[in-house]
Design a protein around this ligand. Structure first.
Ligand SMILES: [Zn+2]
Ligand SMILES: [Zn+2]
Length: 124
């Protein structure tokens, strides 16, 4: 697991437990659904579910809802102020957008959980 992620976990007051580590390591390889995390981490369903909630609260992980599909969990690579994400529906890549692309100003910044744009990336 990357040191950067470990530091962010600690900064958010979360310990780097075994399940969190497994989930973050799986997401470092790419966005995953709950079922894929279950397959890739050998953790049980409830442990994954609980830890995903904790990780989402810290902003390290966000959830993308795709119409007609299971939600996908994506790692947020850049810390800092509220920023929007781009999610490629073809290759399932999540990109943190620079704040000048989509500006989320107050009062919305503090009320918005996550903002994401759906589309296809430059490689698709
Ligand atoms: Zn991000
Ligand atoms: Zn793509």
């Amino acid at each position: 697991m990357r040191l950067k992620l470990k530091k962010r976990l600690h900064a958010e007051g979360l310990r780097c437990t075994h399940p969190r580590r497994c989930i973050l390591e799986a997401l470092e390889k790419g966005p995953k659904t709950h079922a894929e995390l279950l397959r890739d981490t050998q953790l049980d369903r409830v442990t994954i579910y609980r830890n995903l909630i904790a990780l989402q609260r810290t902003g390290l992980v966000y959830k993308v809802y795709l119409p007609g599909h299971e939600p996908v969990y994506v790692l947020c690579e850049s810390e800092g102020p509220t920023h929007a994400h781009f999610f490629c529906q073809k290759c399932r890549k999540g990109i943190c957008l620079p704040p000048n692309i989509v500006q989320i100003a107050e009062p919305w910044a503090s009320r918005t959980e996550r903002v994401f744009l759906l589309g296809s990336c430059s490689e698709c």
